[in-house]
Design a protein around this ligand. Structure first.
Ligand SMILES: [Zn+2]
Ligand SMILES: [Zn+2]
Length: 399
């Protein structure tokens, strides 16, 4: 054709950054939300999160989102939901109070006055949340006051891995890929500054629970897996305690994510939640390279009024009691951490691998030996030493 009409034509191709996958982990712990109910409710948070999700989807039509609830005893998918669940949701959908008409897409019914991807997320998210709360057994809340953050993090990482593989497979078989963002072959997966390739995935944790020490081991395993996959973990911590979760700070720090906790003792403000979400967390990893983003250390320092270098809480939890410890004892073979209360220090045997450890004289009180009294040497006076090593005196007659 070009040879016939003499014009230069190009194949239609869209160049741009790769699509981004945002996985949101919403802490739905009823205990924590009950404590926060005077300042912000779960519905307020979800309403702001929906605008945040819409902003993420509006950046690119190829962007994807997933929402997982970290409940007290399990991690539950809120969006996307399986087709079977979606059908039940659509069957139980209540028409809107404004009388808007609805459109049907297969099994689901959505509001026709809203942009379809936005309406789809909103309908399924709210329906899944209602289903989660209605199926929560009060007896299950009596056993624990924590949240299943480690399970939600593992679920998010599995979904990211699966979606990334599907994206790469589609991209490799597509003769005309929609995106032509190629990284040089020297990209190092362990280098955070090396070019990003493939689906850009990140995890956003909306945390309200206080302590996660009971899930220290699976949580740290998830953090290391995210670090290996180059998945950034962003954390917004609204927990009512004075000190934010140490492990979530470490998660953001290890994965080049953003950690933000509102300054204490001010309570979280629902009006300020949306600007915080849109200004700190909406950018994908490609955009963050061109922006001056707060690091985990800087945001922790602003919330705790300490220096940035020492702001991140690097405390660990002992493997024996699952409690946060200030001083721990690490097995040199399996790197398990123990506190003073367990028998490792007394018996010298690691509780995890059974290795007999040589602790030497650790823990024994030192023997106090009375010191000898120094004998005064003869000729020593108060004016100085007898050796004459003091300041030399001027000799008269030699000047
Ligand atoms: Zn312990
Ligand atoms: Zn060991």
């Amino acid at each position: 054709m070009n040879a016939i009409d003499g014009t230069e034509r190009q194949e239609a191709s869209s160049e741009g950054p790769p699509p981004a996958l945002l996985v949101i982990i919403l802490d739905t712990n009823p205990y924590a939300w009950t404590i926060l109910r005077e300042t912000i409710t779960l519905l307020d948070a979800v309403a702001n999160l929906q605008i945040f999700i819409n902003a993420h989807l509006a950046f690119s039509h190829a962007n994807q989102v997933a929402v997982i609830a970290s409940h007290t005893d399990r991690a539950v998918w809120l969006y996307p939901t399986p087709a079977r669940t979606r059908k039940n949701i659509s069957n139980g959908a209540v028409p809107g109070p404004d009388g808007d008409t609805s459109i049907s897409n297969g099994n689901a019914v959505y509001n026709s006055n809203k942009y379809k991807p936005f309406a789809q997320v909103e309908e399924e998210l709210m329906a899944s949340l209602r289903s989660l709360m209605s199926t929560t057994d009060p007896s299950s809340l009596e056993s624990t006051t924590s949240t299943m953050m480690a399970g939600a993090l593992s679920t998010a990482l599995c979904y990211i891995s699966k979606t990334s593989e599907a994206y790469n497979a589609t991209r490799s078989t597509d003769p005309n890929p929609s995106y032509t963002y190629d990284a040089p072959p020297t990209a190092d997966p362990n280098d955070p500054n090396s070019p990003l390739t493939g689906l850009q995935s990140r995890i956003f944790i909306f945390s309200v629970s206080t302590s996660l020490a009971t899930q220290y081991i699976p949580l740290m395993n998830g953090i290391f897996a995210a670090q290996r996959l180059r998945v950034a973990i962003d954390v917004l911590s609204l927990n009512p305690s004075t000190s934010p979760s140490a492990f979530l700070q470490q998660a953001a720090d290890a994965t080049n994510g953003i950690f933000y906790a509102p300054p204490r003792p001010n309570p979280p403000n629902p009006i300020a939640l949306l600007p915080t979400l849109l200004s700190l967390f909406v950018h994908d990893q490609t955009s963050r390279r061109a922006l001056y983003m707060p690091t985990a250390a800087a945001t922790s320092a602003s919330s705790s009024s300490s220096t940035a270098s020492t702001a991140i809480n690097f405390q660990a939890a002992c493997f024996c009691h699952r409690r946060t410890v200030t001083i721990g004892y690490v097995c040199s073979i399996c790197l398990s951490i123990f506190c003073e209360e367990c028998g490792v220090v007394r018996d010298g045997v690691c509780l995890t691998c059974g290795t007999r450890l040589r602790l030497g004289r650790y823990g024994r009180e030192p023997k106090v030996v009375a010191g000898r009294k120094k004998k005064k040497r003869g000729g020593e006076g108060e004016g100085g030493t007898a050796s004459g090593s003091g300041t030399p005196l001027a000799t008269p007659g030699l000047g």
